[in-house]
Ligand binder design. Structure first.
Ligand code: LLH
Ligand code: MG
Length: 383
């Protein structure tokens, strides 16, 4: 079995989400957008598919780096292929990003699952067949009836728990360029309002502004300790390992989780674990370059008796969360009162992460990553 082609099909669709000037997603009017379907095909007709951002699978990147390394190779050797891409990163003048590695790795794993007739989560270890989801809100905004006030967060949290069945919630606070952000005091008011709304027993987490000072971070952590929050993540620039050591040593009653967006894949995460910079490790397939390095992060966390909480949504992150024993939740979102998260996108027959009324996301038994794609829609809406 040999890889015969690697192609990205760019297709059009509508979206009702837009990104602000700092890259945070918010609800908006329906606008035109494009996405990509990355397809790796083998000489026996087996294919792997993945929905990706067009910029991560541009034809020039596939031509320069991916096709030379993949064509003619055995797809059942993802570790060898991942390492060959990784080795080329340093000399690629920044073009071969971790997101490119991730797109290739996920597509390969989808292909491997299909070739074996097995879901990827089982091939990776198959620790669990369902997981509790936490409802992860969008960042705060200034939309009337949206996530503009602490009361808005409280009302939405009440709906999540009482109407939709979520068993845990994570707030993303107000971040620039939203007027008045960042403000630890306002973050605290939203967290207090949510705690009041859902009662003492629902696990709560916070992802606030990404660049608070040490002093503001400590103040916020101490308030969240009083509110019995389970974890806080990425409140400071993650390149500053010693700031996280400083904070972790001063906050015994809340878990510091990280690093999320810091570069360096599983190697950075090993340094955080070894140097006491967090209580729980963080990894996500799009942050570290795919399933292969995300699994390594989880396994190194296990060796330190630490949990490894998976960042982000989608089939690749689900496969990792299902495979490992040392994780607690699946991050489901981003959620907002104006967005119907349950509705499949135009290119999907079903969303990846359907959740039951008890707050569990179940892992599918179909071969591959478990994405149920509407390939006809994609073919009929090509760029
Ligand atoms: O800053 C944001 O828009 C969110 O924090 C987003 O990056 C989200 O993926 C996240 O951090 N989840 O934990
Ligand atoms: Mg986060």
């Amino acid at each position: 079995m040999k890889i015969e082609s690697v192609d990205a099909k760019i297709f059009h669709h509508k979206t009702n989400q837009s990104r602000d000037s700092d890259g945070h997603a918010h609800p908006g009017p329906a606008i035109d957008a494009t996405s990509a379907l990355l397809v790796i095909s083998c000489d026996d007709g087996t294919t792997g598919n993945l929905i990706a951002r067009p910029g991560d699978v541009e034809d020039s990147l596939l031509d320069q780096f991916v096709r030379p390394l993949l064509l003619g190779q055995d797809p059942m050797r993802p570790e060898a292929i991942w390492n060959s891409l990784y080795k080329w990163q340093r000399g690629s003048a920044g073009k071969l990003t971790d997101r490119v590695l991730c797109a290739v790795d996920l597509t390969l794993w989808d292909l491997i699952g299909k070739a074996c007739g097995q879901p990827v989560w089982k091939l990776l270890g198959g620790y669990r067949d369902k997981i509790v989801a936490y409802g992860s809100t969008m960042c705060g905004d200034d939309l009337k009836g949206g996530l503009a006030t602490p009361e808005d967060y409280a009302q939405f949290a009440e709906w999540m728990v009482k109407e939709r069945g979520y068993r845990a919630i994570k707030l993303h606070g107000w971040m620039p360029p939203i007027p008045g952000a960042p403000d630890v005091r306002k973050d605290h008011l939203a967290c207090a309002a949510v705690r009041e709304a859902v009662g003492p027993d629902v696990p709560l987490m916070l992802d606030p502004n990404h660049w608070y000072s040490r002093a503001d971070s400590l103040w916020l952590c101490q308030r969240l300790e009083e509110l019995n929050f389970h974890w806080i993540e990425e409140m400071m620039e993650e390149a500053s390992l010693s700031s996280y050591q400083w904070l972790t040593s001063r906050t015994p009653r809340i878990n510091i989780l990280g690093p999320e967006s810091m570069t360096g894949k599983h190697w950075t995460r090993a340094e955080w674990a070894a140097n006491g910079a967090c209580d729980m490790l963080r990894t996500g397939v799009w942050d570290v370059g795919g399933i292969s390095p995300a699994l390594k992060t989880a396994k190194l966390a296990e060796c330190f008796h630490m949990s490894c909480e998976i960042h982000g949504t989608g089939a690749g992150n689900m496969a990792v969360a299902a495979a490992i024993p040392n994780t607690t939740y699946y991050e489901r979102g981003l959620l907002h009162p104006f967005i119907n998260y349950e509705e499949p996108r135009a290119h999907q027959n079903r969303i990846d992460d359907e959740m039951d009324s008890e707050g569990f996301v179940h892992f599918r038994n179909e071969p591959g990553l478990g994405q149920d794609l509407n390939l006809d829609y994609i073919e009929n809406n090509l760029d």
